[in-house]
Design a protein around this ligand. Sequence first.
Ligand code: FE
Ligand code: FE
Ligand code: ZN
Length: 278
Amino acid sequence: MLSIGCHLSSSKGYLNMGKDAVKINANTFQFFTRNPRGSKARALDMADIEDYLVFAAAHKINRILAHAPYTLNACSADDSVREFAHLTMADDLNRLEHTPGNCYNFHPGSHVGQGAETGISYISNLLNDILKPEQHTTVLLETMSGKGSEVGRSFEELREILDRVTLTDHIGVCLDTCHVWDGGYDIAGHLDEVLTQFDKLIGLNRLKAIHLNDSMNGLGSHKDRHAKIGEGCIGAEALIRVVNHPALKELPFYLETPNELEGYAREIKLFREAYLGK
Ligand code: FE
Ligand code: FE
Ligand code: ZN
């Protein structure tokens, strides 16, 4: 069974996200752990979480993906900005213990002129600080498009971070189809080669989730602007091949296309109908 969902607003709580997922025939979803601009998180509503867990089990919703605020920068040159990323991510991981067994995705950050090497050491130090052996959440580094001074623009950079993290079982990668395309990896024309490269440098066993997006821009554009499925430069056929690839088809897929629920429902239907698995 294809595991697919989309990004949902977390403002109405877990149970409502579960209900929205069911409405659009999704069996998973992604959400921001707090306001994406990185403000203070609201207190956890434990009754909502308990209701959600019952609802999710009944509707076979699993492998949900929490997304850290995208404004965090774990490799800023400014100590207080790095400290804020540290506190926010540590707090998110504590909160996620109430919905154990899922993943937490974050953008590695921007080195803002300090160089990728400096960025990579800040990021791996932060991860070594906040990851605890007893945690039940896997932290994922997202593949980035290489806009500005983003770290994680290449499989090599992600591998460098992963190599330095001690608790290897607690860390993995989320591949964003728009970002890798914008980063110069031709998943439309050469998917097998891209995945072989990923496997050689990072290991496909480290790949835990896929962000399924079309891109408004061309291969290697380093822009990061998501398009609806079939309305961008990657195209629906290529994205269907991603979902059906033997190395990927068991992973959870999350749409982050510019859509309301109805648009997401249509895209989920498209992929479910094209899915070759059981
Ligand atoms: Fe992201
Ligand atoms: Fe993404
Ligand atoms: Zn993006």
